[in-house]
Design a protein around this ligand. Structure first.
Ligand SMILES: [Zn+2]
Length: 225
């Protein structure tokens, strides 16, 4: 199994090139700590690396990745809430200005939701995945029913977008996120990347639709983003 060896070889390339070229940046990050102003919540899928998609530098984004880039609702109990801990740190300690929920096309988690292959499975045999994806099961059932009536609906694609909207709504169930958004110090963004065509779609808050970002995307005239 040579895969870990290839990681070590990659590390050696990194140490002899990028790390040297960006030594000042790494020294500053080591000495001053991180102060990223953007949090990205992305899928664990190996094909969709947010630092590649957004071409960012170390220190620029606070990244959380999990199955299907989902955020569960605010539940202040004694459970071990990894997503909640990460968003709490990002918002209350790093004081990020944006949280971006980055979905992606052809998501295996979304496909598993539709197939139902892990519904009711034992822990260790898909049970953790099934329970995690149950977060969007009501939306899946709704979209499946709509697609049966209207065959032109791409149910898989529709659920990928709806899952982003659900995660954004769940983020707003955290009191400190709702408060920061109301105060204007935090903006929540939704986006979806398709590796097949390289197109990023961004949730337009006014229309509620995901709009493709063209290379002529004008940030200056688009203050809502
Ligand atoms: Zn995925």
């Amino acid at each position: 199994m040579p895969e870990f060896r290839s990681l070590i070889e990659g590390y050696r390339r990194f140490r002899s090139s990028d790390y040297i070229e960006q030594r000042q940046r790494y020294d500053a990050l080591a000495n001053k700590g991180q102060s990223p102003k953007v949090m990205v919540i992305a899928c664990s899928d190996s094909r969709v690396d947010p630092t590649r998609v957004f071409d960012t530098e170390p220190g620029q984004m606070f990244v959380l990745r999990n199955v299907a880039n989902l955020v569960p609702p605010y539940v202040p109990d004694d459970g071990l809430h990894g997503v909640s801990a990460a968003v709490e740190y990002a918002v209350t300690q790093l004081e990020v200005h944006h949280i971006v929920v980055l979905g992606h096309a052809r998501c295996g988690g979304i496909a598993a939701s539709f197939s139902g292959q892990f519904d009711g499975a034992e822990h260790g045999a898909g049970g953790f995945i099934g329970h995690w994806m149950s977060m969007i099961a009501p939306a899946r059932d709704r979209i499946r029913a709509a697609a049966e009536i209207s065959p032109d609906i791409d149910a898989h694609a529709a659920l990928e977008l709806e899952a982003i909207r659900i995660s954004l709504a769940n983020l707003r169930s955290f009191p400190f996120i709702a408060a920061a958004e109301a105060a204007g110090t935090l903006q929540l963004q939704g986006a979806l990347f398709d590796i097949a065509d390289g197109v990023l779609r961004v949730l337009d808050k006014a229309s509620g639709r995901f709009v493709p970002v063209g290379m002529d995307w004008d940030l200056a005239s688009d203050s809502q983003h």
